[in-house]
Design a binder for this molecule. Structure first.
Ligand SMILES: C[S@@+](CC[C@H](N)C(=O)[O-])C[C@H]1O[C@@H](n2cnc3c(N)ncnc32)[C@H](O)[C@@H]1O
Length: 226
């Protein structure tokens, strides 16, 4: 129940409230100083996540889970992968489709819907940049347990780490419930998330990779490897 309620809030936020903001943030268009730091941090995080996959992805089927406007999708396709780019926001999927250079069209399938949909099939690797940051530890554990059954190779994703700054923002968000129903990130510490993953039946070890901090952008990459 908690997963579908969070997903509904996320969809509402990205598909209606924040579509334009995300379209701009993920383009070359000028943005505020604060958003510039977020953009720079996100660029570093995308590079970090992609560095966990083989340089040559030819012959590999990769899931870009919660692809948003598709920045990582393009990079995966450039490296030769066959990509399934899934996002719960049909509007962001439209933007991702429009932005994909024509030469990669045959390599990418877009899916407007849940990234955990078993109908998407089996994969050699998965990335999920900032797409699980709104979910509880138990929901992330269950999601990883589902994904582990269908992803043969690395599963690399990010969480909001439990830093003092993020915890402050989180408590402020709890104290002042928002009327716009925008989803609030849930910070996680690696040991508790690893326990939740194990309790959900995840067999592989959950490992922290690295953290990126850039102004208001704070995110930590983690991975499950066979
Ligand atoms: C913060 S954005 C990041 C987008 C993209 N990964 C990037 O880094 O540019 C999070 C994305 O995850 C998507 N998302 C969250 N939960 C999802 C779910 N259960 N299924 C599919 N997409 C989801 C949202 O719609 C949103 O586009």
């Amino acid at each position: 129940m908690s997963y579908s309620a969070t997903r509904a809030r996320v969809e509402d936020y990205f598909d209606r409230t924040a579509t334009k903001t995300w379209e701009r943030l993920t383009s070359d268009a000028p943005v505020s100083r604060v958003r510039e730091t977020v953009r720079a941090g996100r660029d570093r995080m995308r590079e970090l996540i992609l560095s966990r996959l083989p340089a040559d992805l030819t012959g590999m089927r990769v899931l870009d889970a919660g692809c948003g406007p598709g920045m990582a999708t393009i990079e995966l396709a450039k490296r030769g992968a066959t990509v399934v780019a899934a996002d719960i926001s049909p509007q962001l999927i439209d933007i991702a489709e429009l932005r994909l250079p024509h030469r990669y069209r045959d390599q990418v399938t877009f899916h407007a819907g849940d990234m955990l949909d078993p109908g998407l099939g089996r994969f050699d690797a998965m990335i999920g940049m900032d797409s699980l940051i709104y979910y509880t530890a138990d929901d992330i554990g269950s999601a990883l347990s589902e994904l582990e059954k269908r992803v043969a190779g690395p599963i690399v994703f990010t969480v909001a780490p439990r830093t003092p700054a993020l915890m402050l923002m989180w408590y402020a968000g709890k104290a002042f419930p928002r009327s716009d129903r925008s989803p609030v990130m849930i910070p996680h510490a690696h040991p508790k998330l690893a326990r939740a993953a194990k309790a959900s039946g995840v067999r592989r070890m959950l490992r922290p990779v690295d953290r990126v901090t850039s102004g208001f952008y704070i995110s930590e990459a983690m991975e499950l490897r066979p």
